[in-house]
Design a protein around this ligand. Structure first.
Ligand code: ARG
Length: 471
C-alpha cells in the first residue's frame, strides 16, 4: 500500500499516526498562510514568465490561491495533520480546488526555500508592526517627561540615594533604550530583506527560473547568492529574537522601577486603577501586575532566543528538520513583545507622578553632599579634602538626626572657614540639579534640549522607516 502523502511515491507504508503528529507543524505554522500564498502567487507568475508553466495554468493557480486564502480566512478550510505543514496543506487545498494545474505550482521549488521565503516575509512584516508600537511607547515616555519636566527626585546608584536629578531625565533614559531597540529591529528587517526562493532543496534548480523577478515582485532589497546559505540561514530570526530580548530587558528594568516606585516604601508613582488588580484576600491591595508580568515574560522571550541559538549551533548544511523549531519561539516572541508594548503605552499614559514624595525623598537625605564638596572646591579647597569635610558633616548630621540644610552657619564653620551664607543656596535641590549643566546632564536646560532632540529624532525615524510599517 503506497503512502497518500504528497511525497508518498517511494514509500510502501503509511506514516505511523504518532510520528505524523510528532513531525507536523501545521498546528502553529498555519500562521504563515498569507506569506505562503503571497510567495506562491509570485512563484507561479515567474514560472509562467519563464515559460516553465503555461500562462493559463498560472492564471488558474493564482485565482485558486486567492480562493484558498478566502476560504481559510472564512474558516472554510480544514487543515489536516497528515499534510504536515502549511505549505503542503495549502498545495493540497489548491489541487483539490483546481486539479492538475495545482500540481505544477511546486515546479522548481522545495519546501526548504519556500519556508525560508515565508519566514523572511513574516519577519519583515512583524518588524514593521513592532516598530510602530515602539514609537508609540516612546511618544508616551516623551509626554510623561514633558509633563513632569521640573519634578526633582533622588537619582540612585547601588539603589542608594546618590544625587538629585530630574524625574524627566531619569525617565528619558528609557526613551533612548527604545531608540536603540528601534534601530536594532530596523537592522533585523534589513537582515530579513534577502530573497531565498530559487535555492530549491539546497543546490538550485534545473529549470530556467528568474530569481530577480521574484525579488522585485516581493520587494526584497537583496538576494541570496548561495543556494545552501539561502535554505540554511536563520540569522535574521536570531537577530529578531535578539532585538526582542534586549527590548524585553529594557521593559523589565522599567517594570522593576515602576514596581518599586509604586510600593508604599517609595510612593513615587501611582498606576491607574484601571491598570492594576486587587487581592482576593487582602482588601487593601492594589497590585502592579502588568509591570510584574512584563518582567516575568522577559524570561520566556530570552529563552526563545537561547532555544533557537542552541537549535542552530550544530546543524550541518543545508536544511535540517531541526529548523522547524524556529517557529513557535518566534511566534510567541512576536505576540509577547507586541502585547507588552501595547500595555506599557497604557501604563505610562495613565501613571501619576507623585512629585511631592519624590521631592521629600530628596530633602530628607544627603544626596546634596557632592554639591557641598563642590562648593568648597569652588572656594579653593582641594577636592579630596572637600570630600572628607563633607563626609564629616554628613556624619555629624546623622548623629544629630538632621540634614545639611538644617545646620547653622556657625556649625558649618566649625568644619571649614570657607563656608559662607551662600552655602544654603548651593545645596538646594534646584541648585544641585541645574548646576549639572554639562551636555547630557540633568539640568532643566539640558533635559529640555534632550527632549526637543528626542522628539525630532523620533519624527525623522518614523518618516524614514514608514515604508517598513506598510507591508
Ligand atoms: N515544515 C517545515 C519547516 O518548517 C518546512 C520545510 C520542510 N522541508 C522538508 N524537506 N521536510 O521547516
Amino acid at each position: 500500500m503506497s503512502n497518500e502523502k504528497l511525497w508518498g511515491g517511494r514509500f510502501e507504508k503509511k506514516t505511523d499516526e504518532q510520528i505524523n503528529e510528532f513531525q507536523a507543524s501545521i498546528m502553529f505554522d498555519w500562521r504563515l498562510y498569507a506569506e505562503d500564498i503571497q510567495g506562491s502567487i509570485v512563484h507561479a507568475k515567474m514560472l509562467a514568465q519563464c515559460g516553465i508553466i503555461s500562462q493559463e495554468d498560472a492564471k488558474e493557480i493564482i485565482k485558486g490561491l486567492h480562493t484558498v486564502k478566502q476560504k481559510f480566512e472564512n474558516d472554510e478550510l480544514g487543515f489536516r495533520m497528515e499534510y504536515e505543514d502549511v505549505h503542503l496543506n495549502l498545495e493540497k487545498a489548491l489541487t483539490n480546488l483546481i486539479g492538475e494545474a495545482g500540481g505544477r505550482l511546486h515546479t522548481a521549488r522545495s519546501r526548504n526555500d519556500q519556508v525560508a521565503l515565508d519566514m523572511h516575509l513574516y519577519v519583515r512584516k512583524e518588524v514593521g508592526n513592532v516598530l510602530a508600537l515602539i514609537a508609540k511607547l516612546q511618544m508616551a515616555i516623551l509626554a510623561a517627561a514633558k509633563e513632569n519636566i521640573e519634578v526633582i527626585m533622588p537619582g540612585y546608584t547601588h539603589l542608594q540615594r546618590a544625587q538629585p536629578i530630574l524625574f524627566s531625565h531619569h525617565f528619558m533614559t528609557y526613551f533612548w533604550m527604545l531608540e536603540r531597540d528601534f534601530a536594532r529591529f530596523v537592522r533585523a528587517y534589513h537582515s530579513a530583506d534577502y530573497m531565498p526562493l530559487g535555492a530549491g532543496a539546497l543546490a538550485g534548480t534545473t529549470f530556467p527560473i528568474d530569481r530577480n523577478f521574484v525579488q522585485e515582485q516581493l520587494n526584497f532589497q537583496g538576494i541570496y547568492l548561495n543556494s545552501l546559505d539561502a535554505v540554511s540561514d536563520r540569522d535574521f530570526v536570531l537577530e529578531f529574537l535578539s532585538a526582542a530580548s534586549i527590548l524585553m530587558v529594557h521593559l523589565s528594568r522599567l517594570s522593576e522601577e515602576i514596581i518599586l516606585w509604586s510600593s508604599r516604601e517609595f510612593s513615587f508613582v501611582e498606576l491607574d486603577d484601571a491598570h492594576c488588580t486587587g487581592s482576593s484576600m487582602m482588601p487593601q491591595k492594589k497590585n502592579p501586575d502588568v509591570p510584574e508580568l512584563v518582567r516575568g515574560k522577559t524570561g520566556r522571550v530570552v529563552g526563545n532566543l537561547v532555544a533557537l541559538l542552541t537549535t542552530m549551533k550544530a546543524l550541518p548544511l543545508a536544511y535540517n528538520k531541526d529548523m522547524q523549531e524556529d517557529k513557535e519561539g518566534l511566534f510567541d516572541t512576536v505576540d509577547t513583545i507586541k502585547q507588552c508594548l501595547v500595555v506599557y503605552e497604557q501604563i505610562i499614559s495613565g501613571m501619576k507622578v507623585k512629585a511631592e514624595n519624590m521631592r521629600r525623598a530628596v530633602e530628607e537625605d544627603y544626596s546634596n553632599a557632592t554639591d557641598l564638596a563642590d562648593y568648597l572646591v569652588k572656594k579653593g579647597v582641594p577636592f579630596r579634602q572637600a570630600h572628607e569635610i563633607s563626609g564629616k558633616i554628613v556624619h555629624y548630621c546623622i548623629e544629630h538626626g538632621n540634614f545639611l540644610k538644617d545646620l547653622s552657619l556657625d556649625e558649618f564653620k566649625t568644619f571649614s572657614d570657607k563656608f559662607d551664607a551662600d552655602v544654603y543656596d548651593a545645596i538646594k535641590p534646584e541648585t544641585c540639579v541645574n548646576a549639572r549643566n554639562s551636555l547630557g546632564g540633568t539640568s532643566t536646560e539640558q533635559v529640555k534640549k534632550q527632549i526637543v532632540i528626542a522628539g525630532k529624532l523620533l519624527e525623522n525615524l518614523l518618516k524614514n522607516t514608514a515604508p517598513l510599517f506598510s507591508e
